[in-house]
Design a protein around this ligand. Structure first.
Ligand code: FAD
Length: 434
């Protein structure tokens, strides 16, 4: 089979790939120098839309509406844009073998791709309940959500099981966002998760109690402290019941599972250094192999602000790490130096008419401020994390753009506080003064 050769290849066609392509174009990439090879059938898009507006019953988002880079207020890169810029989009093509010493990638149908410089942007894959041997987990209408094909299948089931019962397994942001959209689709929704409160990796018990209260008021049932241990299906193989570890059984027409995932590094195992489950990079996203970069969910990189090595699975980092890698590639070619990546962790989520943002690090003591009564329309409240007498993290529900900017600045500057009591009394005012 014919071999194709490019100066630059990006493997993976998600968020990071799209933002890298835009940066390559800015830096004057020449026609046919760059190829993006993606398993998905569509050009890079803003993945967070899949668990939000893509599943709405009305006013839903569809491609080409949310191709990158609209999520950060940038130009929408339609398939024509890649053509006009001489960037080859090789879609519906899964790479199944990577030989980093021979600088060659092989696809599932045996095509061979050569590169001079490679950017690994394969993102993450979800954990499936079948991976853990959960009984009956291969029944039909049990869904996961990572790619647009998954969202299409869920949308079909939503139509087929109109006004039915949905069990959401998992209490992270995917579980919360999916519970909300299933409720908006008029399903009877029950969320099940083992932890004492939702989003335990970020939320404090105080923050979580607001969201759980809000969801209850919307009619979402929440079952905590237990897990799904089995499923029963009807004669046609469709899921009917979810069995819980605590002995309860829940009826279900649709089950949606959001129990986390892992970065897709398998292709490169043993060929490149890894750390914390990802591919180890420096502040320019260079890996241990010359001419190979890794960005987005798969990269474990130095988080300069905290002097730590971390992996971050958020869209903002996918965008920024991709841009940084391309800048670094071009600078190296031209013998220029650029600044090391200096990232401020940023994460957000939206569901119902709620919208929160978080910046910084969620370590140390916390205080909560504002109106955290979930019955109050458009309640605004927030939280600070304080370590060694300085604010290191800030969370805000329902902030204005200026207020969100202010909490981001606090997390970046890490100002000292007079006392926890004073900080609590000042609330958002503390951030506005920084
Ligand atoms: P991805 O965007 O996942 O792209 C990886 C691409 O690589 C995919 O196209 C995949 O098909 C392709 N690929 C993988 N292996 C191969 C292979 N072997 N050959 C060819 N192609 C391959 N983050 C937030 O901060 N806020 C949110 O609200 C939010 N919502 C989310 C909602 C959902 C449903 C999901 C799934 C994620 C959400 N995220 C959110 C996380 C965010 O989308 C990811 O962090 C981001 O997409 C990572 O970008 P990436 O380019 O590294 O990976």
């Amino acid at each position: 089979m014919a071999e194709k050769s490019f100066k630059y290849v990006i493997v993976g066609g998600g968020v990071a790939a799209g933002y890298a392509a835009r940066e390559f174009a800015k830096q004057g990439v020449k026609p046919r120098e760059l190829a993006i090879i993606s398993k998905e059938a569509v050009a890079p898009y803003e993945r967070p839309a899949l668990s939000k507006a893509y599943l709405f019953p009305e006013g839903f988002a569809r491609l080409p509406g949310f191709h990158v880079c609209v999520g950060s207020g940038g130009e929408r890169l339609l398939p024509e844009w890649y053509k006009e810029n001489g960037i080859e989009l090789i879609l519906s093509t899964e790479i199944v073998k990577a030989d980093l010493s021979a600088k060659t990638l092989i696809s599932a149908v045996g095509e061979s791709f050569k590169y001079q410089t490679l950017i690994i942007a394969t993102g993450s894959t979800v954990f499936k309940l079948t991976d853990f041997g959960v009984q009956g987990a291969d029944a039909r209408n049990i869904f996961y959500l990572r790619e647009i094909d998954d969202a299409d299948k869920l949308n079909e089931a939503i139509k087929a099981k109109k006004n039915g019962k949905c069990v959401v397994v998992g209490g992270g942001y995917i579980g919360l966002e999916l519970s909300a959209v299933m409720k908006i689709n008029n399903f009877d929704v029950t969320m099940v998760f083992p932890e004492p409160w939702c989003m335990p990796r970020l939320f404090t018990a105080d923050i979580a109690s607001f969201y759980e209260g809000y969801y209850s008021n919307k009619g979402v049932n929440i079952i905590k402290g237990t897990v799904a241990v089995g499923f029963t299906a009807d004669a046609s193989g469709e899921v009917k019941e979810v069995k819980l570890k605590d002995g309860r059984t829940l009826e279900a027409d649709i089950v949606v599972v959001g129990v986390g995932g892992r970065p897709l590094t398998t292709l490169f195992k043993g060929q490149v250094e890894e750390d914390k489950g990802g591919i180890k990079t420096d502040g320019f996203f260079r890996t241990s192999v010359p001419d190979v970069y890794a960005v987005g969910d798969v990269a474990t990189f130095p988080l300069k602000l905290y002097n730590e090595i971390r992996r971050v699975e958020h869209v903002d980092h996918a965008r920024k790490s991709a841009e940084q890698a391309v800048k670094a590639i071009k600078a190296a070619e031209e013998g220029r130096l650029i600044e090391e990546y200096d990232y401020l962790p940023y994460f957000y989520s939206r569901s119902f008419d709620l919208s929160w943002q978080f910046y910084g690090d969620n370590v140390g003591e916390t205080i909560i401020f504002g109106d955290k009564d979930p019955a109050v329309p458009k309640a605004k409240f927030g939280s600070y994390w304080i370590k060694d007498g300085t604010v290191v993290g800030a969370f805000l529900e329902n902030g204005t753009p200026e207020e969100n900017k202010a909490i981001a600045k606090v997390a970046r500057v890490q100002p000292p506080i007079a006392s926890l009591e004073q900080l609590k009394a000042d609330g958002l005012g503390f951030a506005s003064k920084i």
